[in-house]
Design a binder for this molecule. Structure first.
Ligand code: DGL
Length: 285
């Protein structure tokens, strides 16, 4: 009986999701839509937002610290919802966790985005919009090369865009001008598919689509990430057996009130409980 009982218990544990702040709630949104029976615990590292201008060393350190906390909080699988953290830190995170928690699967957003883009393109010319850390990491280039040798990637680092989107409600002409500026090199490169390589960009998808033109396919990885999570849960026999909707709750490292304010817009669902966490104190304990 005890083995069966243990398996049952792990199935009812939450999925851990983390990001540099509220942006990853666009990914959590898709997870909640496509995996309605699962519980989720989401950590937004709002005190250290933005991640997009940080170094690989910092991102590896942050990702490992957060992953350890989510493991302590009982996560049965981890989703790195942040593009910058996935691009810069996923390999290091996988290798550390394979020693610390070998049974724990860790999924990022780059692989699913590359596979979607590779399937969507007809011309083989793909564009990437992302933060500086994401573009410099070369992770999307490597991910697309793993899909096919025949793809060319035009990458545009957009250092201003995530902070502007985050601060920019209601959107004004400055947001439109910023979006247009970053789309210009992609229009010149005549791409037919554009990867939204940052969690904030789905919020400006209408502006991006208008600037790039209706023939260009925009790729956001959230729904594909949900599909990959489902496949891993099935393979590991970890799908939550509950018949009703799961719970979701939030941890953030910065101000709880502003997480709640901004978060509802990114999640497009009610937010519920938000707990402040001090990562350094938790790790020292
Ligand atoms: N979550 C980050 C990403 O997807 C948003 C931007 C940032 O933190 O700089 O890259």
């Amino acid at each position: 009986m005890s083995e069966l009982r243990l398996l049952d218990d792990r199935r009812t544990l939450p999925i851990g999701v983390f990001d540099s702040g509220v942006g990853g709630l666009t990914v959590l949104h898709e997870l909640l839509v496509w995996l309605p029976h699962e519980d989720f615990v989401y950590l937004g590292d709002t005190a250290r937002f933005p991640y997009g201008e940080r170094s690989r060393d910092e991102l590896e350190r942050f990702a490992l610290q957060i992953a350890q906390l989510l493991v302590q909080r009982g996560a049965k699988l981890l989703v790195v919802a942040c593009n910058a953290a996935t691009a810069a830190a996923l390999p290091a995170l996988e290798s550390r966790l394979s020693r610390l928690a070998p049974e724990l699967a860790v999924l990022g957003v780059v692989g699913p985005g590359c596979r979607l883009a590779s399937n969507a393109t007809a011309s083989g010319r793909i564009g990437l919009l992302g933060t500086t850390a994401t573009v410099l990491s070369g992770a999307y280039k490597r991910g697309l090369r793993a899909c096919s040798e025949d793809l060319t990637l035009t990458s545009v680092a957009c250092p201003d865009l995530a902070p502007i989107v985050q601060a920019g409600f209601p959107f004004d002409q400055r947001v439109v001008d910023t979006v247009r500026g970053y789309c210009r090199p992609l229009r010149s490169a005549n791409v037919d598919t554009v990867i939204l390589g940052c969690t904030h960009y789905p919020l400006v998808a209408p502006m991006l689509q208008r600037s790039l033109g209706p023939a260009v396919r925009l790729i956001a990885a959230g729904a594909a990430v949900a599909g990959e999570v489902q496949r891993v849960l099935d393979a590991q026999h970890l799908t939550n057996p509950r018949p009703d909707e799961g719970d979701y709750r939030f941890l953030c490292t910065g101000d709880v009130a502003s997480f709640r304010d901004l978060g509802t817009r990114f999640l497009q669902m009610p937010l519920g409980e938000v707990e402040h966490v001090d990562l350094d104190a938790e790790m020292a304990a």
